[in-house]
Design a protein around this ligand. Structure first.
Ligand code: ZN
Length: 680
């Protein structure tokens, strides 16, 4: 049912295509199918238009060359290359047909680097990129789509396309070469074929987690002692916050406690009154939304992203893959709010916001920007039926949007500065004076003192209890999927659209696993990271990865060329790979095969069976357990200082029972206690 001549509009997904057809034709388009893939036809101002759809990337990079280094590659249909992408075949065939008869092409894929590449490749390979336009929009509402259609830019956005093509090429060159190098080295020494993968952004991310987990697993806690002092004000008891630091020895702490008990009262030296103000949170970009959805609901970054993308396809929110914390006035604040007020669950909040601001709407923006999109905002389109999880994300976005226009959260605080002889303490009371934005975005818990007792300077408070508590130093850094994504954002590697997927790929490849919401490294993860760190240290370096990210941004801004950046990356990789292949592959292969237990170690670690550190006589421990043993020895001295005296057995027993002790530390401590290992 194709007209004789027409303009072909290409959307990224069928749902977006249907929204575009509906909006531009005022609901008068007709739907047909080719190879079971839908397309839409309509007439506007005497011209025919056809809207077709991609299914994400229909083209991908591939090579016909075996071995490595490999630098010759070409673009090919994804369904021919990737067994898991067979579902894209009908889309490819349908677009091939739709492109053949079109006289002009409009790339209406999502407006970002990926969308620019998806549309460009289809038009270049199946149509004619000289007769192309780009349609740019941030929401799939009829109003925005019509505006975008009236403001088409001539030609395709080649800076975005070049940056996108370059990212694909760098990732491909890097990924295939390093993966093949690893597999080559292991086959060389063991004759076995093992599938291993590495990636330009993926590998530095893996190494970051591995380094952190290595430190955690070899961590030995150190005891600290604190004095807990409770005072009575009126008939209520309060715990004071000590300003004296922790005591490193139990005896010292006990002496101080005795001294405080003897004095028996705390004196209020100063009462400090303060107003505390907290600005509204900025509107969401994708990273902030992922972090909040994880903090509040425990959603993984990938899940949040998928839900947000669905909400976008349903025209409920603006484009979610954005780094922006800005809301330009052109999005029409008032209209959005008026539409939201028709939803019963937000009516009351919107009325409150209009009253509070008297219609003067100024968003409290953050500093982050995005070249293509504003921050994530609700369009005001009414959701039909949302699943429980979709509704939670939608609600977060609406409430954050409302909060952004509200006023500061204001709190009053009273801080008592107290002394007991030579020791100093603090006691703080806080009350909320004005809730401000917290009324709209109530996902922050604030500890409030409901009744503040009457106090004055110079007053003394009776001490009712003094206690010495034993605490242990903790290993602070723990990665969850959400905090790992934040780390990638902070060190500036990957993009909004790729970060969550890269983290998921580390899991699906078996390098990382989840344990009670926290990330753990698998045996395979340690093995691969160790080899990468040893033989490809430059490639796992965050600095280098970030420098290439900066070059990709420069291409997007028209300040660098793809050829130059790809050439640089090839030169860099090729010398590294040649050296590896000729000089290091065998050694790396042995290391890798041993840690994957494909070949027998010469001297197995008596705890885990891995190869033990060669140069230390008589200690049959791998490098992990050896590091744990060294830390155990070092820390024993601290424990002796802390407790005055503590026998080795008691020390080891305590360390092996503490949950905060590193896993390898506990294993080594138990082995010594069982007599399998000596502590010399
Ligand atoms: Zn071991």
């Amino acid at each position: 049912m194709l007209p004789r001549t027409y303009t072909l509009i290409i959307a990224e997904k069928p749902k977006a295509a249907s929204k575009i057809a509906y909006a531009l034709s005022n609901g008068l388009s007709r739907r047909y199918t080719l190879y079971n893939v839908p397309y839409w036809v309509f007439r506007l101002n005497g011209k025919w238009f056809v809207v077709g759809s991609a299914a994400g990337h229909l083209f991908t990079l591939t090579t016909d060359t075996y071995g490595f280094p490999v630098f010759d590659y070409r673009w090919a249909p994804t369904w021919l290359v990737d067994k898991n992408a067979k579902y894209t075949k009908p889309y490819f065939l349908a677009l091939k047909k739709l492109c053949a008869n079109a006289v002009e092409y409009i790339n209406a894929c999502d407006y970002d680097i990926e969308g620019s590449v998806i549309g460009y490749m289809i038009i270049r390979e199946l149509g004619d990129s000289r007769k192309a336009y780009r349609m740019k929009f941030s929401t799939l509402t009829p109003l925005d789509l019509k505006k975008a259609f009236q403001n088409l830019s001539k030609g395709l956005d080649m800076n975005m396309v070049e940056a996108g093509l370059c990212r694909h090429e760098l990732d491909w060159i890097w990924g295939i070469n390093v993966s093949r190098a690893l597999m080559f080295s292991i086959r060389k020494v063991s004759g076995k074929k093992v599938i291993l993968s590495a990636g330009r952004v993926q590998s530095p991310t893996l190494v970051e987690v591995v380094n952190t987990e290595f430190s955690r697993n070899t961590f030995v806690p150190i005891p600290l002692f604190n004095i807990n002092v409770q005072v009575k004000i009126g008939d209520k008891v309060f715990s004071l916050e000590s300003l004296n630091g922790s005591f490193k020895s139990k005896a010292e702490a006990q002496k101080a406690a005795e001294y405080i008990r003897k004095i028996g009262k705390a004196t209020i030296e100063k009462v400090e009154y303060r107003e505390e103000r907290y600005s509204p949170p900025p509107p969401f970009n994708l990273g902030d939304l992922q972090a909040e959805a994880s903090r509040i609901y425990g959603f993984s970054p990938m899940e949040t992203q998928k839900i947000a993308e669905q909400l976008y396809l349903d025209a409920l929110i603006s484009y979610p893959r954005t780094n922006s914390q800005k809301l330009p006035p052109t999005i029409g604040y008032e209209n959005i709010l008026k539409n939201l007020s028709k939803l019963p669950e937000y009516r009351h909040l919107v009325t409150m916001l209009f009253n509070e601001t008297r219609g003067q709407l100024y968003p409290h923006e953050g500093s982050k920007t995005d070249p293509a999109h504003p921050a994530i905002y609700p369009t005001g389109v009414h959701p039909r039926k949302l699943s429980e999880r979709d509704a939670k994300i939608y609600d977060l976005i609406v409430r954050r949007f409302l909060a952004t226009f509200s006023s500061d959260l204001k709190m009053s605080s009273i801080t008592l500065h107290l002394t007991v002889g030579r020791y100093k303490f603090k006691l703080k009371f806080r009350t909320i004076r004005e809730k401000g934005w917290l009324k709209y975005y109530p996902f922050v818990t604030i500890e409030e003192t409901l009744e503040i007792p009457t106090i004055k300077e110079g007053q003394t408070l009776p001490i009712v209890k003094v206690r010495v508590t034993t605490n242990y130093t903790k290993f602070q850094k723990t990665y969850t999927k959400a905090s790992l994504l934040k780390w990638m954002e902070n060190v500036n590697i990957g993009t909004e659209s790729t970060r969550a997927r890269i983290i998921e790929s580390l899991f699906s490849r078996g390098y990382l696993k989840s344990s009670k919401g926290k990330i753990e490294v698998s045996h395979l993860g340690y093995a691969v990271a160790d080899i990468l760190k040893k033989y490809f240290s430059d490639l796992t370096d965050v600095g280098l990865t970030r420098r290439f990210e900066e070059k990709l941004n420069a291409i997007r801004e028209g300040k660098a060329s793809r050829d130059q950046v790809v050439k640089e990356s090839k030169e860099f990789l090729s010398s590294l790979l040649e050296r590896f292949k000729n000089e290091e592959a065998e050694k790396a292969g042995i290391d890798l095969a041993k840690s994957l237990k494909l070949i027998k170690p010469n001297k197995p670690c008596l705890i885990c069976g891995m190869e033990s550190v060669g140069d230390i006589e008589n200690i049959m421990l791998c490098k992990n357990h050896y590091e744990a043993l060294l830390n155990l020895k070092k820390t024993y001295k601290e424990w002796i200082k802390a407790f005055g005296s503590i026998s080795l057995n008691e020390y080891l027993r305590k360390v092996s029972k503490l949950g905060i002790s590193g896993k390898w530390v506990r294993e080594v401590a138990s082995s010594i206690l069982e007599g399998k290992l000596t502590f010399q």
